[in-house]
Design a protein around this ligand. Structure first.
Ligand code: FES
Length: 182
């Protein structure tokens, strides 16, 4: 004779949760979909933002030939630079001051006065760099002879390869006693 169990009551020790297997497969499916989505999204995000991350990379650019320079005589070298900012690319005219030393090494200065960023020029008679804006004067090595320039002329990374002078063009904060790259 069987004992009738009232509806809704569960015999202790014999319960089987209803729908557990279905929930497990739903969970596995969601996890798999999430992993697939993530594996597609990560390379895509990298592809989209990498140009923005690379925008501050500054390339070596050729600004002239070393045999165009006379030892001890500063020369302004002009060139066309390609500026990349994220996805944007533009051509712009730039100039630097280059001085060949007696040992063949070349020192390259940023063309901007360290006071407030005006362009300066070379006075060949006095052998000084002079800034027309507020009267700063530098010697041939870039040292400040008269203010208000707060620091030495900014030196740019430079190297010579097969007679070509290569430079990394950088800009620095003006008006500070130490060079802070922008
Ligand atoms: S910007 Fe050159 S002296 Fe002021």
């Amino acid at each position: 004779m069987s004992v009738k169990q009232p509806k809704g009551e569960v015999t202790p020790g014999f319960s089987t949760p209803v729908g557990t297997r279905r929930k497990f497969f739903q969970w596995v499916t969601r996890m798999a979909a999430g992993l697939i989505g993530l594996s597609l999204a990560i390379p895509l995000v990298g592809y989209v933002i990498s140009p923005a991350l690379k925008r501050r990379d500054k390339p070596w650019v050729e600004v002239g030939r070393v045999d165009e320079l006379t030892a001890g005589q500063p020369k302004q070298l002009e060139y066309v630079a390609t500026i990349r900012d994220g996805y944007l690319e533009a051509k712009t005219h730039k100039a630097v001051w280059a001085i060949k030393q007696s040992d063949g090494q070349v020192t390259v200065f940023s063309p901007l006065c360290t006071h407030l960023g005006c362009g300066y020029h070379w006075d060949g008679d006095e052998r000084k760099f002079k800034c027309p804006c507020h009267g700063s004067v530098y010697d041939v090595s870039g040292n400040v002879l008269h203010g208000p320039a707060p620091r030495h002329l900014d030196v740019l990374p430079a190297k010579v390869e097969n007679g070509r002078l290569l430079v990394v063009y950088k800009e620095f904060k003006s008006g500070t006693s130490t060079a802070v790259e922008l």
